[in-house]
Design a protein around this ligand. Structure first.
Ligand code: RM4
Ligand code: MN
Ligand code: MN
Length: 431
């Protein structure tokens, strides 16, 4: 079941008069800043961020998990939820699968899942492999273990299993119509002296090379860095510089993925984005927000200005448009209804995009050229402080989605219907 378009239209109808009046004002304000407001709406309407298959279930911490019921019981139902999300936002047109958590199996299994997704107009974004947990299907039925790492492991048999698993994920992705593989590794050290920094790096590079060699010609591979966790002393792919070295050492279609929570405190993430884009190695994005570390909080909930600056750098790289990249929301919904959190995350992304598009880039360029930081700040803040919500709502309306997605989600009673259909104790599988 997904959400009926006619119910969304009914809800939109209730809000239309106010929306039109708010929109007229917003178009006027933005136009006065010398920005093409129509182009802002069009670019926001074009943008889409994938929902990961693990994000439609309640997340948790090592202290507990408190699911609210009605969660998808299998990958098919996860795609139903993504379709419902996309019906409301118009901006989550793809799903990013994580294997083995969401493994339909090759052949008939993959074909059936693809058909189901196609019927709901949901595409497949980057595939995610998993060699950070032991799972029978990735460890040759327990013959090997990733306890001491996967691609970086000193044991050849373990490295082989990890490479084979990634090959399997690529093959599965081909059957589903995906075009990229994201590799996030838990490899590293928990104890000083446990391994050789150099040896680990070199083994990972060789492993990535073997995985890359298996990619179809129209595929990309993304290396996702993270400074710590589960390896608390050192991660092999710990920062963007190492990620870039790995990508450069692997091949032209190997690029870096930036997860907003995977940086040490105070890292200038917008500068990281600029650097990677400059090198032609910005491949993917995992959006979330963070207070302490890899908190996976709602996008834009802690540092909206930083998100605005990051999106600004993306626009810079794309010549005023969002560059082609694999955009995904990577959050853990511990307390909120997962779909409500995804709705808010998507909205926050669209708002940041609209704000960044409202920056008069010519004025900013002049201020930079003239060494005028005060004016540069004025230009930036004029964009950031614009109330772009009517423009975002309009972009959604043009996509056939909801003017107010959260209120509409609640009004149509999707979760209650899912609790009735799937059960109050239905809990999604995955992390
Ligand atoms: C990691 C990383 C990956 C995600 C896993 C579940 O911290 O963000 O992208 O696949 O968590
Ligand atoms: Mn991530
Ligand atoms: Mn993470």
């Amino acid at each position: 079941m997904t959400i009926d378009r006619s119910r969304i239209d009914e809800e939109n109808e209730l809000r239309l008069a106010w929306h039109e009046s708010d929109l007229a004002h917003a178009l006027d304000v933005v136009g006065r800043a010398g920005v093409d407001a129509e182009a802002v709406v069009a670019e926001v309407a074009r943008f889409s961020a994938a929902a990961p298959s693990w994000a439609v279930g309640t997340g948790g911490t090592r202290f507990g998990r408190f699911p609210g019921g009605g969660e998808p019981r299998d990958t098919f139902e996860k795609i139903d939820d993504v379709a419902a999300l996309n019906a409301l936002t118009g901006a989550n047109r793809t799903v990013s699968l994580h294997v083995p958590w969401d493994d339909p199996g090759p052949g008939d299994g993959a074909a059936e899942l693809r058909r189901h997704a196609e019927e709901l107009a949901v595409g497949f974004d980057a595939m995610n492999s998993n060699t950070f947990q032991d799972n029978p299907s990735t460890t040759r039925d327990g013959a090997v273990s990733y306890k001491f790492g996967s691609l970086a492991n000193t044991d050849e048999a373990v490295r082989r299993a990890a490479i084979d698993h990634n090959h399997y994920v690529v093959d599965l992705g081909v059957e589903l119509g995906a075009k990229a593989l994201t590799v996030w590794l838990g490899d590293g050290m928990n104890h000083p002296g446990q391994a050789s920094f150099r040896g680990q790096f070199e083994r990972v590079l060789v492993g990535l090379g073997e995985i890359y060699a298996h990619l179809p010609a129209d595929w990309e591979m993304y290396t996702e860095h993270k400074p710590y966790e589960p390896a608390f002393y050192s991660s092999v792919n710990n920062d963007w510089g190492t990620s870039l070295l790995l990508a450069q050492g692997t091949g032209g279609r190997a690029k870096c993925l930036v997860d907003l929570g995977h940086h040490l405190p105070n890292t200038n993430i917008e500068q990281v984005v600029s650097r990677l884009a400059m090198m032609g190695r910005l491949g993917g994005f995992h959006f979330n927000d963070s207070k302490y570390g890899d908190d996976d909080l709602t996008v834009g909930s802690i540092t909206p200005f930083q998100l605005f600056l990051i999106v600004g750098e993306l626009l810079e790289a794309g010549g005023g448009r969002m560059p082609d990249a694999a955009y995904m929301i990577d959050e853990s919904h511990n307390l909120k209804d997962p779909l409500e959190d995804l709705i808010q995350a998507t909205d926050a992304l669209q708002v940041a995009l609209a704000q960044a598009l409202c920056v008069n880039r010519a004025d900013l360029g002049e201020a930079q050229q003239g060494n005028d930081p005060a004016r540069a700040a004025e230009v930036l803040h004029r964009g950031f402080r614009t109330d772009v919500r009517p423009l975002v709502a309009e972009a959604r309306r043009r996509n056939g989605a909801a003017l107010d997605p959260l209120a509409t989600y609640r009004a149509v009673g999707y979760r209650a219907a899912m609790i009735a259909a799937r059960g109050a104790d239905a809990v999604a599988t995955g992390l």
